[in-house]
Design a protein around this ligand. Structure first.
Ligand code: HEC
Length: 164
């Protein structure tokens, strides 16, 4: 008798838990009505929404399965100025003030690449800057997406100055 009572009590207490878990792990899936549904988002396996014209990706560097976007930041005066400031802070110590690979750190046995003669395109540079190399720290946490494109635009202007 006692055992049965315990069983009933445990079942009564446990049932809501089990039912809760069924919903939590979506074994039973109910399309609850929520305001979140009323928005133009997309579900897994659906095509992403078209990107609004002239928008600049700011925080999303990689679009999954699409890769690095083309450089979306025009090399205007603002971009080049930002690029120069950021380059002087983050890159010049190794790559040198003019990008020739002759920064201060070159005196300590490091061999920073000469960015002026680099054959990388914008997308390639973006990956290098974001991920770093064995001897170069990844910059994805120090530089926003926009920052990195600005630095790349600035490096292009250094190349142009050097007659590349
Ligand atoms: C601590 C030193 C250091 C800093 C800081 C640094 N780099 Fe580098 N970078 C290197 C070294 C060294 C290499 C050569 C690859 C290697 O040895 O790992 C390199 C390679 C590169 C390359 C590849 C060039 C090629 O053609 O292969 C790019 C592009 C580059 N760096 C851009 C940058 C930019 C832009 C910054 C600033 C945001 C920066 N680096 C900051 C040390 C540095």
């Amino acid at each position: 008798m006692k055992g049965l009572r315990l069983f009933v009590i445990l079942t009564l207490l446990g049932a809501p838990l089990v039912v809760g878990l069924l919903f939590t792990y979506e074994i039973i899936k109910v399309d609850w009505i929520s305001m979140m549904e009323n928005q133009p988002s997309y579900r897994p396996m659906e095509d992403p929404l078209p990107v609004p014209e002239d928008s600049v990706p700011y925080m999303a560097a990689y679009v999954k399965y699409v890769g690095v976007p083309e450089n979306p930041v025009p090399a205007d005066e603002v971009s080049l100025q930002r690029g120069k400031v950021l380059y002087d802070i983050h890159c010049a110590v190794c790559h040198g003030p003019q990008g020739q690979g002759d920064g201060v750190m070159a005196d300590y046995g490091l061999q920073p690449a000469n960015l002026v003669t680099s054959a990388l395109d914008d997308r390639g540079m973006f990956v290098f800057i974001s991920n770093g190399t064995p001897n170069m720290p990844p910059m994805r946490e120090s530089l926003t997406i926009r920052d990195r494109w600005d630095v790349i635009n600035y490096i292009r202007s250094l190349q142009a100055q050097a007659g590349q």
